[in-house]
Structures are given as C-alpha cells and as structure tokens.
Design a protein around this ligand. Structure first.
Ligand code: Y43
Ligand code: MG
Length: 198
C-alpha cells in the first residue's frame, strides 16, 4: 500500500481541486499542477480513462511527485452520450456559460422524459510518470438536464443538472452535500479504499 502525504492534482480546474481536497481530508495534501506549469496538456484520448492517465503522467513528469488526475464530463442520453469527453470543449473552449447555453439549445423542445444524463468521473493516480499500473476509479451520477439554469454553487454544468434524489439542481446543493453524492464522490470513495485511507 502506498503511503501518500502529498499528491499533485493534474488539473487547472479550481472547482475540482476544492471538491477533491474536501473529500480526501487532511491526511493527503493536494497541490495544483498550476504551481509548476500553466500549460494544459492536449486531451487527445478517446476515453475518460485515457485522458485521465495522460493528464496524470504529464503532471508527474513536470512535478516529480505522484499525481492524481480527474477526467470527467456530462453524457446526455438524447445526444448519444455527447458531450462526454468533450464536455469542457463543447462550445469550442468558450467556457462554462457557453457550454451550458449550447446544451440548452441542443435540448430545446426535448421532453422531460428524454432529458436523462449522467456525470462521469474517472480518477487516475500514477506513482511516477512512467507508472505501468495506474490506479483507476470511476463514478457515475444519474440525473436530468433542466430547461433553464438554477443555482449558484459548484461549477461547469451544475446549474443544468437536476438531481432526482434531492429534487434540486446540482448547483443548489451545498458543497458538502454535492461531495456526498456526486460522480466525483463515488470515484473518490473507491480511491480512498485503494489507498488504504478508509
Ligand atoms: O461536478 C461537476 N459539475 C459540473 N460540471 C462538471 C463536473 N465534473 C465535470 N464537469 C464538466 C466540467 C467540464 O466541462 C468537463 C470536465 O472536463 P475536464 O477536461 O475533465 O476538466 P477541465 O478541463 O475543466 O480541467 P482539467 O482537464 O485541467 O482537469 O465536465
Ligand atoms: Mg480538461
């Protein structure tokens, strides 16, 4: 079992850093790869797993520390699983607001019963840049796409993601509540087990 005190988070997304650090607790300190480099690697993989491993290896190479990556996204049933691994790039890199506007438009006039979607999260941990056995953990979160944005918490597609078990949008959940039930939370439970943290 690894005894990890410090991990580099291979992400430039402040929302992910906050959520993952809260879930990991005090025993492991997450340091953003932004401390070393502002350059984001191109996410050339065709799967969440490939992109998570690619980002983790890149961060381990740059920092010389074990690295954790999170590749995540929103798979919408009506869109055949799109935007999926392309969620961050859905509106050509114009950011969260543009992504959300494009998604609302793509689902214009689609009835509620056909608006199912899931958030996907894959966590990849490498002990070093060439680690031949990355730890991989995934989590899914089922919900529905709303017809208008609601809520101020979270990031990304949270204002459009209806959480059936709570009857609110993901952006209306408190950070602590989201971190109990999200795709990222489910993946993190598995990672903590693999690291012997629980
Ligand atoms: O809990 C979430 N709540 C709302 N939206 C979310 C969530 N989790 C992922 N998402 C969205 C944001 C982004 O559109 C895409 C992730 O893309 P993804 O490439 O993994 O992350 P990113 O580019 O923001 O940061 P980085 O690659 O540096 O980790 O899915
Ligand atoms: Mg990305």
């Amino acid at each position: 079992m690894m005894n990890i005190k410090q991990l580099v988070l291979a992400s430039h997304n402040a929302g992910k850093l906050k959520e993952l650090q809260a879930m990991l607790g005090d025993s492991v300190q997450l340091r953003s790869i932004g401390e070393w480099s502002k350059v984001e690697p191109e996410e050339t993989g065709l799967s969440f797993v490939e992109n998570a491993i690619l980002k983790a290896r890149n961060a381990a190479r740059i920092s010389g520390l074990p690295a954790l990556a999170d590749d995540s996204g929103l798979a919408v049933d009506f869109l055949g699983g799109a935007p999926g691994i392309y969620s961050a790039r859905y509106a050509d890199g114009k950011g969260d607001a543009a992504n959300n506007a494009k998604l609302l438009d793509a689902l214009k006039d689609v009835p509620e019963a056909e608006r199912g979607a899931q958030f996907v999260c894959v966590l990849a941990l490498v002990r070093h840049a060439d680690d031949p056995l990355p730890i991989l953990c995934e989590g899914l979160w089922h919900g529905r796409i709303l017809t208008a944005a609601s809520g101020e918490h979270g990031f990304g597609y949270d204002p459009l993601f209806w959480v059936p078990e709570r009857n609110v949008s993901s952006a209306e959940l408190s950070p602590a509540d989201k971190n109990q039930i999200s795709h990222r939370a489910r993946a993190m439970v598995l990672l903590r087990q693999r690291l012997g943290l629980q």
